[in-house]
Design a protein around this ligand. Structure first.
Ligand code: COA
Length: 331
């Protein structure tokens, strides 16, 4: 078995804290509604730093904690669905900011499932002995895509970045991933291209999405549909990945789910029959930071000295696409 060893983690959180109370000033909501329906009390919003700068900060910490320098990184894989540029990609921007060598710099986007996907790609590069040390990063500034008049979605999201330096190990590793592209309408954010292009004649397919003016540029979500999908998809992905490994979920030491909504996590846990004490959450303080949630959890646990070599960890997530995925690895 070829596994992964996470040899350093890092995270960056913007300074500005947006409390639930602040939302009551501009939308019809209450702290009580947000807390009981989502488990979120506050989230961070980046007022000054673009996504790639936050991601570079998390990367620097991860490299430092690995006892390495940026020159030791052989490849950078970044998950983001809220990049600052169409191009260059965020990985190239991070490579430049942290002072890495001319290594491959790759972005991927499976929305909130992205860190698990990026880690899975890294694992396969490592297993094939193509690279020795890979920096896996998730950076998200989703608040730049939010309609702050939409009370059902604006209260959910925050900004932040997380990173991990990974190398090959002899430990176990299993993953299961998938996507349901037919559920695209349930969660999406459209790119606004130049509509004054004289050659633009409109798009026949997805006309309802493509032709949406104004608000169409913001994140669009059917909360109930995503909620239902998330509970089923997370439970199913964990069952599949446990099936491959032969483990019962309760044989594992730690489960880190995507931090979208505490009620989603609790419902999925119930379906998985997992002991709640094994599950780590931090959404109360950070909200949903998309693909950054999981590496930010890892960095928090690492800083608290709670990650021990040999621990069996399950990461599980879902996101726009709709995508889903889970992996089990030995820390
Ligand atoms: N404050 C007060 N009331 C609100 C509100 C808010 N911030 N947001 C929505 N409501 C209202 C609704 O308008 C609705 O009112 P109505 O009954 O008069 O129509 C009522 O609360 C119930 O709405 P409902 O959609 O049933 O609430 P819910 O319990 O499903 O919670 C979400 C809404 C969005 C929190 C929940 O569906 C969710 O978390 N979905 C998943 C979203 C997600 O995770 N997205 C990211 C995936 S990566």
């Amino acid at each position: 078995m070829s596994g992964i060893s996470i040899i350093g983690t890092g995270a960056y959180l913007p300074e500005f804290i947006a409390t639930n109370e602040m939302f009551t000033k501009f939308i019809d909501t209450t702290d009580e509604w947000i807390t009981t329906r989502t488990g979120i009390s506050e989230r961070r919003i980046s007022q000054d730093k673009p996504n790639f700068v936050m991601a570079a900060e998390a990367s620097k910490e991860a490299v430092k904690n690995a006892g390495l320098t940026a020159k030791d990184i052989d490849a950078i894989i970044v998950s983001t669905c809220s990049p600052d540029f169409f191009y260059p990609n965020t990985a190239c921007l991070i490579q430049n900011l942290i002072g890495a060598n001319d290594c491959p710099a790759i972005d991927i986007n499976t929305a909130c499932t992205g860190f698990i996907t990026a880690l899975d790609i890294a694992r396969n590069y490592l297993a094939a002995d193509i690279y020795k040390t890979i920096l896996v990063v998730a950076g998200e500034r989703l608040t730049s895509q939010i309609d702050y008049e939409d009370r059902a979605s604006c209260i959910l999201f925050g900004d932040g970045a997380g990173a991990a330096v990974v190398q090959k190990s002899n430990g176990l590793y299993y993953s299961h991933m998938g996507a349901k592209g037919d559920m695209l309408h349930d969660l999406y954010c459209k790119v606004e291209y130049n509509r004054n292009n004289p050659f633009y004649i409109g798009d026949g397919i997805l006309k309802d999405i493509i032709d949406t003016p104004q608000k169409g540029r913001y994140l669009q979500m059917d909360g109930k549909a995503v909620y239902k999908f998330a509970v089923d998809a997370m439970a199913d992905a964990v069952e599949k990945v446990c099936g491959q490994s032969g483990f019962d979920i309760n044989d594992l030491d730690l489960v880190i789910p995507h931090q979208a909504n505490l009620r989603i996590i609790q419902s999925a846990l119930k379906k998985m029959n997992v002991d709640e004490s094994k599950v780590y959450t931090n959404l109360e303080k950070h909200g949903n930071t998309s693909s950054s949630c999981i590496p930010m959890c890892l960095a928090e646990l690492d800083r608290a000295g709670r990650l021990k070599r040999g621990m069996k960890i399950c990461l599980v997530g879902f996101g726009a696409g709709l995508t889903y995925g889970a992996c089990i690895f030995e820390y």
